[in-house]
Design a protein around this ligand. Structure first.
Ligand code: HEC
Length: 137
């Protein structure tokens, strides 16, 4: 090999190496689908899920112990119906949720009340709320 050929070989190896490196790191950096939708959410707080439920007004409709009021159903035994991710998505956009008969009943029972959307909260905070709600019997 001439010197020039050696240099070409060195660069080739370098480029191929970099290419694979970027592929590997690229897959590690890949974000779950639509994180951009969360970009405008508030940063996560230090507050627990239970406290958030009190602070951000859930109890004004669902009741102090989340046992239900004239405005909204009791929140209990949710783990029977929801996974954590489903619940987070529901809180982000309740009106889009097609909950079948159970929700048809809710909408008949609370016709003028709309469960507000909490999409402006961070997914971490909604996760804490979801964990808390799912842990309730
Ligand atoms: C303005 C009243 C109101 C507020 C405030 C409210 N909700 Fe609701 N929520 C409802 C109503 C009404 C329903 C019944 C379903 C529907 O109409 O979409 C509901 C349904 C739900 C459900 C589904 C219950 C089930 O049986 O699956 C969950 C979970 C829930 N709310 C959690 C929350 C949380 C957490 C907060 C606070 C972050 C909150 N809600 C704040 C009115 C409210």
């Amino acid at each position: 090999m001439t010197n020039a050929q050696k240099w070409v070989a060195v660069f080739l190896v370098l480029f191929v190496g970099l290419y694979f490196l970027s592929m590997v790191t690229g897959t590690f950096e890949e974000e779950p689908e639509d994180l951009s939708a969360y970009a405008d959410s508030t940063p996560p707080t230090e507050v627990s899920g239970a406290e958030m439920v009190k602070n951000i007004g859930c109890i004004s409709c669902h009741g102090a112990d989340l046992n239900g009021t004239k405005l909204a159903p009791a929140i209990s035994g949710l783990s029977e119906y929801w996974t954590r991710d489903e619940l987070i998505n529901y809180l982000r956009n309740p009106s889009e949720y097609d909950g079948g008969e159970r929700f048809d009943d809710y909408r008949a029972k609370y016709p003028n009340i709309v469960m507000p959307s909490y999409g402006n909260y961070s997914v971490q905070d909604l996760g804490k709320i979801a964990d808390y709600l799912l842990s309730k019997e």
